[in-house]
Design a protein. Sequence first.
Length: 77
Amino acid sequence: MKGDRVEIVVDTGDGSRNYEIIATRAGRRIETRVARGIVEVSEVTRTGSSVRTARFMAGRVLALVEYPADDAALPGE
């Protein structure tokens, strides 16, 4: 849903770095997957095709926070 976002904090060796993945258009959502030592965060369309993907080594990820979109932001309600 537009407005969904995920914030990832990654250890860079000499500090940390923040990344944000945001669903930018209506009908898109954010999917998070952890498998085989990789954290993958993707913006996905309604049909399931990936628009953009960010991949991080799971051992380097310090925090992964998911923020759902505000329900109050929906038009027509």
